[in-house]
Design a protein around this ligand. Structure first.
Ligand code: AMP
Length: 427
């Protein structure tokens, strides 16, 4: 079914055409009629599926023309997502007179306050900064007609539940509420029943599959050689832009500074960077100023950077879902991308869980010509589930080096597929 069968307004359809979209994605096909009908919605689609347009297009169609009081509130877990979603709204609304603002922390209040004062129709916000304006008496949610709770599972993971509930209760009862969450475990179902009235369900299922346009592979390596292998992979890969994932903020900084010493142009994205640094990193990576961005999961969740050609998991993600999210950063919107995961014997449990989760075995590759040392398991490495929460310092970080040879046990356990080359476009 083409877009023009979906009853979007003429000016929003012009925005769709200008964005270059020809056919709606499955979530758009299913969600747009529900949003237009005025019913509440609970949808399990994830980022990368066209989820933003699935709510932005019908919302903008319903709004029609500018009115001074804010009518739409979108809550997002991170500053990057709040900014990205606001940009999408602004782009789709370019042939209307509707006004949008992004409210998030880490930057000054002045510019956001000015936009609010001028009068906006759509607010895309993180919960904390939004509450600042509400408590300061600068914003009331009494005129909100449509409330979008996006990435609810991540908002709850980040401890936003009390403030999100507070915000929901400040919106009028007769609003329309749209609820997006990758998973709906019991605590999220409880928020849904608190926030939604007789919702329509759009189940796109938890995305366990890896985008077909992404080829992915494991690169087994001794812990102590991870950085060396990363540099060698970058050397042999014909990449335009690479996203490198680290489990921790500290690790991300360390990898970035070592890559800089190896003469790469590198940006870093994690929650301890100032908002200006985060904006600069993302903008520089998008524009091509930086060929590599090193990021943590929280910071990179959902960000949409066109043209990421490679994702490298420097650290194996602990949470299998994050594997799917991370490598979903490449291969978006039909581009072909490669995703490599550096894996040490210590990561065996994590890899087993990821393969179980995606229901497939990830091929193992070896980089031809790399001076591989025997893989030696560090006997003091905690088992999965022991002292190893996200971002915690429980398990060793590969970039810290110096683990090689510890324990002296275990013999090499190398990749099965020795064909080499797989994801590479050798130079
Ligand atoms: P999202 O899931 O909202 O983060 O969107 C993922 C990417 O898909 C973004 O780059 C969108 O611009 C793009 N996209 C969304 N809908 C469509 C569509 N119908 N056709 C082509 N690209 C789309």
């Amino acid at each position: 079914m083409p877009f023009n069968a979906l009853n979007l307004s003429a000016s929003v359809m012009r925005g769709v055409v200008a964005a270059g979209y020809t056919d709606p994605t499955p979530i758009q096909l299913r969600a747009i009629p529900v949003v237009l009908s005025g019913r509440d919605l609970i949808a399990s689609a994830q980022t990368g599926t066209g989820k933003t347009a699935a709510f932005a297009l019908p919302i903008l169609s319903k709004l029609g023309v500018h009115a001074r009081a804010p009518r739409v509130l979108i809550l997002e877990p991170t500053r990057e997502l709040a900014a990205q979603v606001e940009t999408a709204f602004r782009d789709f609304a370019r042939f209307t007179d509707l006004r949008t603002v992004a409210l998030f922390g880490g930057v000054g209040y002045g510019a956001q306050r000015n936009e609010l004062k001028k009068g906006v129709d759509v607010i895309s916000a993180t919960p904390g900064r939004l509450m600042d304006y509400i408590k300061g008496g600068e914003l009331s949610l009494g005129s909100i007609e449509i409330l979008v709770l996006d990435e609810v599972d991540r908002m709850l993971d980040m401890g936003f539940l009390p403030v999100v509930k507070d915000i929901i209760s400040r919106c009028p009862k007769n609003r329309q509420t749209l609820f997006f969450s990758a998973t709906v475990p019991p605590e999220i179902a409880a928020v849904a029943s608190f926030a939604l009235k007789n919702p329509e369900r759009v189940e796109c299922g938890v995305n366990r599959s890896v985008t077909q346009s992404v080829s992915h592979a494991l690169y087994p390596v001794a812990w102590a050689q991870k950085f060396e292998l990363l540099v060698a992979l970058l050397e042999k890969t014909d990449f335009q832009s690479v996203l490198v994932f680290s489990r921790t903020k500290h690790g991300a900084d360390k990898i970035a500074s070592r890559l800089k010493s190896a003469k790469h142009s590198v940006a870093v994205l994690h929650a301890n960077r100032s908002q200006n640094q985060r904006i600069e990193a993302l903008a520089g990576f998008k524009s091509g100023k930086y060929e590599i961005m090193v990021a943590t999961d929280i910071a990179a969740r959902g960000i949409d950077v066109a043209g990421v050609t490679h994702v490298i998991n420097y650290d194996v993600p602990e949470n299998p879902e994050d594997y799917v999210h991370r490598i979903g950063r490449t291969g978006r919107a039909m581009a072909v991308g490669d995703a490599f995961t550096l894996v040490s014997p210590e990561n065996a449990d994590d890899i087993r869980d990821i393969q179980r989760f995606i229901g497939a075995k990830i091929p193992e590759l070896r980089l031809e010509g790399f001076p591989y040392q025997p893989f030696v398991v560090n006997p003091s490495y905690p088992k999965k589930g022991q002292n190893q929460r996200r971002g915690g310092g429980g398990r060793p970080q590969g970039h810290s080096g110096g683990r090689q040879g510890q324990g002296g046990g275990g013999q090499a356990r190398q990749g099965g597929n020795r064909g080499g080359g797989g994801g590479f476009r050798g130079r």
